[in-house]
Design a protein around this ligand. Sequence first.
Ligand code: ADP
Length: 541
Amino acid sequence: MLDGTALPLYALDRDGNCTFANAACAHALGYAHPGELVGKHMHALIHHTHADGSEYPHEQCRIFRAFRRGRDIQVDSEVLWRADGSFFPAEYWARPIVRNAEVVGCVVTFLDVTTQRRAAERWRQSEAQNKELIENSSQGIFIVKDWRLLFANTAFAKMLGHSSTDDLLGLQFSLDPLFPPKERSRLSAYHTARFAGAAAPARYECRALRKDGSELLLENTERLVNWQGKTAIQISSIDIGKYKRTEQELTRAKDVAEMASRAKSNFLASISHEIRTLMTTMIGVTDLLAETELNEQQLRWMRSFNTAGEQLMALVNDVIDLSKIEAAKLDLDHVAFPLRRLVRETMEMMRSAAEARALSLHCVFGPDVDETLIGDANRLRQVLTNLLSNATKFTERGRIEIRVRRDRRSPRPGKLLFSVMDTGIGISKSKQKDIFAIYNRGDAAVEGKYSGSGLGLAICRQLVEAMDGRMWVVSETGRGSTFFFTAQFDVAEPVDNDEATKRRHRTRPAKPRRRLRSPSARCACCWSRIAPRYDSSWRRF
Ligand code: ADP
């Protein structure tokens, strides 16, 4: 029966010779058959040397000494040797065999504990690594249970102004000295809830106390862990006081910078308004002068004066727009308007300038474009005017074409895609990416033959973005450009055309007078850049 047991086992006589060994014992010691062990002196065979290679004399053998004294023994710190000369860590039990009140030998059972030892060693190493990681962490880490401090790393001790973890743990382990009274009940409620499996914040901010009594602000992250066989709470803490202070300083600095920028924008806008008022008067006077008797030379000077005035006016208007946008004072209208008419009218304003260069103007509407939209018609007109005015300026011959259709990439009705195409000088690839930046004049600046401020496209892009859209360009040097933009409108029932016309006309000069050029002053509600050559007979469609 003993022979069949899986536990390795052998028996010794009083001299330490083997009287019996089972198959499991022979197998564990590397012998083919238990018979190879019987009669052998077992200490000399399997127990003769320590793990460090030093000799293990028979008289010191703990099995031998124990059974001679008639005692049981359990040992787990020695090794047993195999037939091939290798050894393994073993745990063994020896029990004396007593017959007629006399010890006649003993029975030894043993286990190869290599696997357990390796697992224990691995566990010990990973424990040591974890400890090292926790110790060297720059984050404060501490372990608590039942409002008692079980462990704290050096970073946490230092954070609270203690010289070492021993100094901190010397606080009789209660958490009370670490947190101000008002925080104690909150944190302890979190812990109770966490232990009970109820909801408790895993991350929160709280005030803590330094050794000198001063307060600091911590951000704590909590989780349940197994600490020395018991469930406990591990808390990782960061001192966020300095981050908060930096954040506050940055916010303050940003507020100051924004205030300064707003003040600058407001100043610019006020000055520009003043200039615009004076310019309007000056250009008005040239109109009046043009109605008087002038000789050819005077008329030429007047025209030069008027042209310069127009350009200055356009620049001033752009500056006002930009400062309004920067000061976030851009309010969009939400009024019904007839889209096709607006686009055609805007294009028509360009006609005389285009025809002077033999450029043909075209306008194409997709069938899916709604007739009446709700939105800011004046801003839309401003964007279109700007793009058309650029197209006219940068195109010597060929055509300019506006296309409007629904933006099929958007599920929302009323989202339109506009394009303004020309066959002009085009824009080089390298300039295209910056073309919408303020004061960027692209290739025009290089060529030096086109006037401009470099503000128009920047304003257009921001207006379009305010209308929930975007603007981009596709262009090739010498082969023309197409500016695309999308804009979101609401769709309305068709408006009463007469009423709409009346409303539009309220914003325009009631009775167009003879002018040298376009009316430079904008109407009160319209910010659009006025076409360079505006025909005073406002045509209707
Ligand atoms: P401005 O025309 O007053 O210089 P914009 O912001 O309207 O300012 O345009 C910036 C630059 O973009 C222009 O100076 C020009 O180099 C380029 N640009 C704009 N539109 C066109 C166009 N249709 N064809 C070629 N270049 C253009």
